[in-house]
Design a protein around this ligand. Structure first.
Ligand code: SF4
Ligand code: SF4
Length: 472
C-alpha cells in the first residue's frame, strides 16, 4: 500500500508505514551500532529516509545525540553558512469558513475582529513593511471563497509588487493560502509568487478530521495532495510544515519526511522549505487543550534531525518562538526567520488596540526588525534580504541541482552582503549600522573567488552611492 510515488495521499503518507516506522525506531532507540551506521550515511550529506531519521529522533544514547547536534550544525554551516534569510508575514484577511480547532480564525469564533485589507490598506501595509526594510513577504489569508477568492489574492499580489516606497521593494511574495485547484495554482504562478506554503497541520488522518470538523479543509486527501496540484500548476517551490503539538511529534516527523520523499519521487523535486511552528496561545485557543505539546529540548532535536534528513531544504521559524528558543535552533538548521512580525490584519501600519484582537497567534519574539538584525549579527550571523533565485529563474529542480552541488553558495554569500548593505544604508539604527559595516568588511574576505570579491566591493560602493538591487 505504501508508495512514495503515488498521487494518492493515503498511499504516500501511509498510516501503516508510519506506525511500522515508529515501532522500528522505538525498538532501536538504544541500538548504538545502527545509530552510528545511520550517522555515517548522514555524513555524506545526501539525506536520510524517514525511517533512518526516525531512529535518530528516538535515540536515547547521549553520545549519539551529541553527534546528531554536531552533524546538524556542520550541515547547516556547509549549506547555509552563517546566513539567515529574513522575511515577514502579511495577513490579508482573517475571514475563514473552516472550523480548525487550534486557530482563532475559525468560523465559529464570534469575538475576534474580522478584517480584510482593501487594496489601499495593502499598500499601507507594504509601505510600513518596506520602511522596516523587508524585501520578502509571506502573505496569509483564511479560506473564504466569498471574502477572499483567488481574484482577491491575485490583486493583492499585484499591489504588493507595485509599491516602491523610497528605496523600498518587495521582491518576493510567498503565499500561504488554503489548498486549491490546479487552475488557481497556475494563476498564482503567473502572478509571480515565490514559494507556495501550506502547512499540513497533522499527517494523522483521524486527528486531522477531528481537528478540522467543518469546512473544505476537512478533506484530508484534498489538503494533503495540494502540493502535487501546485506543482502541476507550475509552482515548483513549495513549503511544507506541521503544527507541532496537535499529534504525537514522532508521527508528524515521519509524515513530514515521507511527504518530502513523495515530492522527490512524484514531482522530481523536494520541498523548498519546511516550517516548524508549535501550537501557541491565541484568542479562543488554549495550547494546553492539546496534550501533545513538545518541550524545547525535543523541539531542538526535531530541527536537528530534519536538518540531517533533508540538507537541501530551507527551514523556517517564526516569531511564535521566543528569542532564546530561536537562538538555540539557529545553530541546528534554521535558515530563515521572520522579524518584527505582526500576526493581525493591518497590524503594520496601524498597531491594534488590545481589545481589537485580530491576531492569529501571540507573538513570543516582539523585537523590532532592527533589533533582530543587530542580534543576529552580534551572534555571528549575516542577516540576508536576498531574493535573487526566483528572480533569476533559479527555482525547482534548477535550484535544487545548484544547491546539491554546493554552487548556490557562490551566490548566497555575496547576495547576503549586498542586501545587508542596502538594509544598513536605508533602514538601520546607528548601532546596527556600525555592527553591520564591520561584519561586511570581515565577511567579504570569506568570498572564495577573487573576481567575485572585487565585484562585490565595487557594488558595495555603488550601494552607498544610492544604487540598489544588485544580485548574482
Ligand atoms: S488555520 Fe487557516 S483554515 Fe484554519 S481557521 Fe485558521 S485561517 Fe482558517
Ligand atoms: S541566492 Fe538564492 S538560495 Fe541564496 S539566499 Fe539568495 S534566494 Fe536564497
Amino acid at each position: 500500500m505504501y508508495n512514495p510515488a503515488s498521487k494518492k495521499a493515503e498511499e504516500f503518507i501511509s498510516h501503516e508505514e508510519i506506525l511500522e516506522t515508529l515501532s522500528y525506531a522505538q525498538a532501536h532507540k538504544n541500538d548504538e551500532q545502527l545509530a552510528y551506521a545511520i550517522l555515517e550515511k548522514a555524513r555524506a550529506k545526501k539525506g536520510l529516509s524517514h525511517r533512518e531519521a526516525s531512529v535518530l529522533l528516538d535515540c536515547e544514547i547521549p553520545k549519539v545525540n551529541e553527534e546528531i547536534f554536531r552533524l546538524a550544525n556542520e550541515i547547516k554551516q556547509e549549506f547555509y553558512g552563517n546566513r539567515i534569510v529574513m522575511f515577514a508575514p502579511l495577513y490579508l484577511s482573517n475571514y475563514c469558513v473552516n472550523g480548525c480547532l487550534y486557530c482563532p480564525y475559525h468560523l465559529k469564533n464570534k469575538h475576534i475582529a474580522r478584517k480584510k485589507l482593501t487594496q489601499e490598506e495593502v499598500r499601507k501595509e507594504v509601505i510600513a513593511l518596506q520602511d522596516m526594510g523587508h524585501k520578502r513577504l509571506a502573505i496569509e489569508a483564511g479560506e473564504d471563497p466569498v471574502n477572499n477568492p483567488i481574484e482577491y489574492i491575485l490583486e493583492c499580489i499585484k499591489t504588493i509588487y507595485s509599491v516602491h516606497h523610497k528605496n523600498g521593494d518587495i521582491r518576493r511574495v510567498n503565499v500561504n493560502i488554503a489548498a486549491t485547484t490546479v487552475e488557481n495554482y497556475r494563476k498564482l504562478k503567473d502572478a509571480g509568487i515565490g514559494t507556495y506554503i501550506l502547512f499540513q497541520e497533522t499527517y494523522h488522518k483521524e486527528s486531522y478530521e477531528k481537528l478540522h470538523p467543518t469546512g473544505p479543509k476537512h478533506d484530508y486527501c484534498y489538503h494533503t495532495e495540494a502540493m502535487d496540484r501546485a506543482m502541476e500548476g507550475g509552482i515548483d517551490d513549495v513549503g511544507l510544515g506541521v503544527l507541532f503539538g496537535l499529534e504525537m511529534y514522532r508521527y508528524e516527523f515521519a509524515g513530514l519526511l515521507m511527504h518530502a520523499e513523495h515530492l522527490e519521487a512524484a514531482c522530481g523535486v523536494g520541498p523548498h522549505t519546511i516550517s516548524v511552528p508549535r501550537v501557541k496561545r491565541a484568542d479562543d485557543i488554549d495550547p494546553d487543550a492539546f496534550d501533545n505539546g513538545i518541550d524545547d529540548d525535543t523541539f531542538a532535536k526535531i530541527i536537528a534531525c530534519i536538518r540531517i534528513a533533508v540538507p537541501y531544504t530551507g527551514m523556517i521559524i517564526s516569531t511564535r518562538e521566543s528569542k532564546a528558543c530561536r537562538e538555540r535552533v539557529l545553530k541546528y538548521g534554521i535558515s530563515q526567520i521572520s522579524g518584527g512580525s505582526k500576526t493581525s490584519v493591518g497590524g503594520y501600519y496601524e498597531p491594534e488596540e488590545e481589545e481589537e484582537n485580530s491576531a492569529q497567534f501571540d507573538v513570543s519574539d516582539t523585537r523590532t526588525l532592527d533589533e533582530v538584525v543587530c542580534w543576529l549579527m552580534e551572534g555571528g550571523y549575516i542577516p540576508s534580504f536576498c531574493t535573487a533565485c526566483y528572480r533569476e529563474g533559479r527555482t525547482g529542480d534548477r535550484f535544487m541541482s545548484l544547491c546539491k552541488s554546493g554552487q548556490i553558495q557562490n551566490c548566497c554569500h555575496p547576495n547576503a552582503l549586498m542586501t545587508l548593505k542596502e538594509y544598513l544604508e536605508d533602514y538601520a539604527s546607528e548601532k546596527t549600522r556600525s555592527v553591520g559595516e564591520a561584519l561586511i568588511v570581515r565577511e567579504i574576505e570569506n568570498i572564495p573567488k577573487e573576481n567575485v570579491k572585487e565585484i562585490v566591493r565595487e557594488r558595495l560602493v555603488k550601494i552607498a552611492q544610492g544604487e540598489r538591487d544588485f544580485r548574482f
